[in-house]
Design a protein around this ligand. Structure first.
Ligand code: HEC
Length: 268
């Protein structure tokens, strides 16, 4: 009886200790999170600590079909240096107005010396869509990343640090053929067309709009894409410019596989 009593005291003490340890670990995680800038507007004081300069960007002008734009920028890498202290995070989630959600890897920010525009000045008479507001990712002229929607993210008002594998997990479960569909979708579409709650919703959920089991629907998808994103439209969402031959079919294949995965998981 006495032994039993002692043992249960020991157990209780252990349980308490374990709980304390857990609370300690959790609270140290929380303090890490507090350093992350949640809302970040162009006027925030953090930008006063960074060097601002005016530059041109051929990448921006090409993507927007403009000429001679001028951009006041700060170095994205320098901003990261102020916040990132561990190797745990490898990407920055960019929450934007209008339900656009961008994401860029820390590696790309550094490799291409990406900049963040705090002011955007267009040449006279250029028409400006509402969404073209700072903060915006800008590729400086010396750099040559692939031409993607990803590197033209605008109207950013919140930065969060995340891990790529966590963020993309709901997409990466899909078994696609070896084609480029998944990559092309991540680089150009996910920001406005979410899948399984990942990404933005500015353009709605494509898996709900089209029944990718049917060939007719795949064609309707391609037609609708070209109508919406095909040429210089009023809203300047000319997403087709980022695609090369075969990409649209690859996207359609990827969306079919994703729809299939959703059906299988739903049936379980
Ligand atoms: C900047 C945001 C944005 C990006 C990036 C984007 N879209 Fe869209 N997309 C939209 C909006 C907005 C609509 C119009 C939605 C509506 O009218 O309800 C749309 C409509 C569409 C439609 C027609 C859907 C319908 O309702 O008829 C298709 C298909 C489509 N997008 C495919 C794509 C694909 C594929 C990509 C990537 C290659 C892509 N979009 C990238 C915003 C975007």
């Amino acid at each position: 009886m006495r032994m039993f009593f002692l043992r249960s005291i020991k157990n209780i003490l252990f349980a308490r200790l374990a709980l304390l340890l857990l609370v300690f670990i959790l609270s140290s995680c929380a303090s890490d999170l507090e350093r992350i800038p949640h809302r970040l507007a162009p006027g925030d004081s953090v930008f006063d600590e960074l060097t601002r300069k005016w530059i041109a960007s051929a990448y921006f002008d090409e993507g927007m079909n403009y000429q001679g734009s001028r951009l006041e920028v700060v170095s994205f890498s320098q901003l990261l240096d102020k916040y990132i202290e561990s190797d745990e995070v490898d990407a920055i989630l960019l929450n934007c107005a209008d339900d656009y959600q961008g994401i860029v890897s820390v590696e790309d920010v550094r490799r291409y010396d990406l900049q963040l525009a705090t002011k955007i000045e267009l040449a006279q008479k250029a028409d400006r869509p509402d969404w073209l507001q700072p903060l915006m990712i800008i590729v400086p002229d010396e750099m040559n990343p692939p031409f993607l929607e990803r590197f033209l993210t605008a109207n950013i008002n919140e930065l969060r640090f995340v891990r790529l594998t966590d963020y993309y997990a709901p997409l990466d479960r899909v078994k696609t053929s070896s084609g480029p569909g998944l990559r092309v979708f991540k680089d150009n579409c996910l920001f406005c067309h979410s899948i399984n709650d990942v990404g933005g919703n500015k353009g709605g959920i494509l898996l709900d709009k089209f029944d990718f089991r049917l060939d007719m629907e795949k064609l309707r998808f391609e037609d609708a894409f070209l109508r919406m994103h095909g040429q210089d439209n009023a809203n300047k969402q000319n997403t087709k410019q980022f695609l090369t031959a075969g990409h649209l079919i690859a996207l359609s294949e990827f969306l079919s596989s994703m729809a299939e995965l959703r059906r299988v998981e739903f049936a379980r």
